[in-house]
Design a protein around this ligand. Structure first.
Ligand SMILES: Cc1cc2nc3c(=O)[nH]c(=O)nc-3n(C[C@H](O)[C@H](O)[C@H](O)COP(=O)(O)OP(=O)(O)OC[C@H]3O[C@@H](n4cnc5c(N)ncnc54)[C@H](O)[C@@H]3O)c2cc1C
Length: 216
């Protein structure tokens, strides 16, 4: 097992992934299956093997998180959103409020991990308009270091590339990857163990972007 290691290439023969090359040059062999769950990394790794009709309409976003104090000890028990404002407010265990919800920062290939003033201004305006007590908070930090993949229809993509029969990939969680992780983990485990894609995953196939829908 390797952690903190970047995969730079999928090696394959006869329409099967046979190994992955790490940035260090080391090649790790693929056993029965290769499972790609590297969010933004998935498309880059698949690109050399995707057929023209498999190109997927996926964008990347770097949602900005702002952390502010909670001087009056308010409790937010659930993820709060807003019907018309780009806002989500959550509370982390020490009481700190985390404000996010949709204002992304522009990003370059090198990333832009610290957020932007315009996203901060828009985010705080929405947060204070919705929860006025936040005006009494102090600003702690801003973080835009998490890259999320989003599909054009807002639905995740879980599939097998036509050119690699033993490879399963899942990404484009579109801002909902935690909430749905338990369900997807169950179905992915079933798929990996049985070799048969569970019918419940059919609707997440990338084939929905290729003309008339065919699930298999
Ligand atoms: C601000 C914010 C708020 C969110 N709020 C919610 C929420 O309220 N509810 C919810 O359900 N979801 C939420 N999400 C979405 C959720 O966090 C993501 O959907 C989820 O974390 C995706 O998990 P993942 O493991 O697929 O990808 P990630 O957590 O992005 O992990 C992918 C990992 O793969 C690694 N990687 C990438 N390329 C390579 C490579 N080539 N080789 C090796 N490793 C690689 C990356 O370094 C990273 O560690 C939020 C996201 C953000 C940013």
């Amino acid at each position: 097992m390797r952690t903190g290691a970047r995969v730079v290439e999928i090696l394959h023969t006869n329409e099967r992934a046979t190994g992955v090359r790490l940035a260090s040059g080391e090649v790790l062999p693929v056993g029965e299956k290769l499972v790609l769950l590297a969010n933004k990394g998935v498309l880059a790794l698949l690109k050399p093997v995707l057929r023209p009709q498999e190109i997927m309409p996926v964008t990347t976003q770097m949602p900005q998180m702002m952390f502010v104090t909670n001087p009056n000890g308010k409790r937010i028990n659930h993820l709060l959103g807003h019907a018309h404002r780009k806002l989500s407010a959550k509370q982390i265990p020490d009481g700190t409020l985390m404000l996010s919800g949709g204002h992304s920062v522009a990003h370059t290939p090198e990333g832009r991990w610290k957020g932007s003033l315009s996203s901060i201004a828009l985010g705080l305006t929405d947060a204070i308009a919705t929860l006025p007590f936040i005006d009494e908070s102090s600003f702690l930090k801003v973080d835009a270091s998490r890259v999320e993949t989003c599909s054009v229809d807002g639905i995740p993509i879980v599939d097998t590339p036509a050119a690699l029969h033993n490879t399963i990939y899942g990404f484009a969680w579109t801002g909902h990857g935690f909430a749905i992780a338990l369900g997807f983990a169950k179905y992915l485990a079933e798929w990996i163990v049985s070799g048969e894609r569970p019918p419940a995953l059919d609707v997440f196939s990338g084939k929905r972007f290729h003309g008339s829908f065919s699930s298999r």
